[in-house]
Design a protein around this ligand. Structure first.
Ligand code: EPU
Length: 338
């Protein structure tokens, strides 16, 4: 357990924004978290739970308590069918270590989510996703503490109310995720998911599919497009891909026939925000110390010493220009903490 006051969050947000919080509490077990909650330390206080800080933008210091999980451990338990297994991980496990563990144990389902930054505890909150797979496709159960009552709860997949980068936990912030269980498939007879975009093209033709090959390929694709948070501050995709009415998509596609899109349920159409931003000429641009990544316009970066407000000013200008050119309102994928 670790308790700090007036604590720098510089190492706890991948944007590398130099902000401080009033109190910081890091726990290694559910019991430590329960004792902390029972002590009344959160009563009447503003508080937030952070994971790897890979999806956060702090606009100023946080006048409250920041909690961080170090709950560890990964466990495999056979499920009902002989080729299915439950894998449960503590919320503090680094997400990509979890993916590597599953791939090493020849269990399929999370390999497309390789190298997503952050920790296991955030995966259901944000319903993380990449290359045609989302956390909602594999999550079987989430254990969480209701901090208003100090009580542990279990959520089935349906109860998590998953949607694109959204879940029940985003709207009910009294829960802190402590463990996540996914249902995975043994590699023998497993259907690899390689249908997303150019993924198949990135896999060398002569190679037979395997979980480790898919993991390696996705790591290569991500590294070629996304900045390494250890070198350049960023929070991955800054905006969500907007979902628009088909009529708007059809009207726009007359002027922009090359506009990429994905069909989504209910006759709506998802358009890549990166493409929209790129078309507005933002790629590689810089405003004060904040910039638009030169290889992927969806990613805003800290060019060194940026404040959260500088990044936010850039984001607001981007939103306005996409609105003006395409009549589409894009919204942040990152959580903006004011
Ligand atoms: N595009 C451009 N210019 C750009 C960026 C993209 O024209 O600067 C075009 C691409 O050519 C492509 C399309 O936009 O036709 C989509 O781009 P890409 O496949 O790179 O994926 P994305 O939609 O931009 C989403 C997720 C990523 C995830 C990738 C791969 C969101 C907000 N982002 O990005 O997730 O890794 O798909 O599945 O849904 C994250 O959430 O932080 C994240 C990185």
């Amino acid at each position: 357990m670790r308790r700090e006051t007036d604590f720098s969050l510089l190492k706890y947000n991948t944007f590398g924004i130099d902000v401080r919080c009033r109190d910081f509490f890091e726990y290694e077990s559910v019991d430590e978290l329960a004792d902390f909650v029972a002590s009344g330390a959160l009563e009447g206080r503003r508080w937030m739970q952070i994971g790897g800080g890979s999806n956060l933008l702090f606009l100023s210091d946080f006048d409250g308590v920041v909690l961080h999980s170090k709950i560890d451990g990964i466990e495999i338990v056979p499920a009902d069918k002989p080729n299915e297994f439950f894998v449960t991980a503590g919320s503090g496990v680094v997400w990509d270590d979890f993916v590597a563990f599953c791939v090493d144990h020849h269990l399929g389902g999370v390999e497309n989510l390789s190298l997503i930054p952050g920790e296991v505890g955030a995966s259901p909150v944000q319903n993380i996703g990449a290359y045609g797979v989302e956390a909602k496709d594999v999550i079987y159960e989430v254990q969480a503490m209701d901090v208003t009552q100090g009580k542990m709860c279990r959520f089935s997949n349906a109860e998590c109310q998953f949607a694109y980068r959204d879940s029940y936990f985003k709207h009910h912030t009294n829960y802190i995720v402590t463990r996540v269980t996914v249902l995975l498939h043994s590699e023998e007879g497993y259907q690899y998911n390689v249908s997303y975009g150019n993924l198949l093209k990135a896999i060398p033709e002569e190679m037979a599919f395997s979980l480790s090959l898919i993991r390696k390929t996705i790591i290569g694709v991500r590294n070629s497009k996304l900045p390494d948070p250890k070198e350049i501050g960023s929070a991955g995709s800054f905006f969500k891909n907007p979902i628009v009415e088909r009529s708007l998509y059809e009207a726009l596609s007359k002027d922009y026939p090359e506009m990429p899109f994905y069909e989504v349920p209910d006759g709506m159409v998802k358009i890549p925000a990166g493409w929209l931003i790129d078309q507005c000429g933002w790629k590689g641009k810089q405003l004060e110390h904040a910039g638009v990544y030169e290889k992927q316009a969806l990613v805003l970066v800290n060019r060194g010493g940026a404040t959260g407000q500088e990044v936010w000013n850039l984001a607001e200008q981007i939103v306005a220009s996409v609105q003006k050119k395409f009549s589409i309102t894009i919204s942040p994928e990152v959580c903006v903490i004011r």
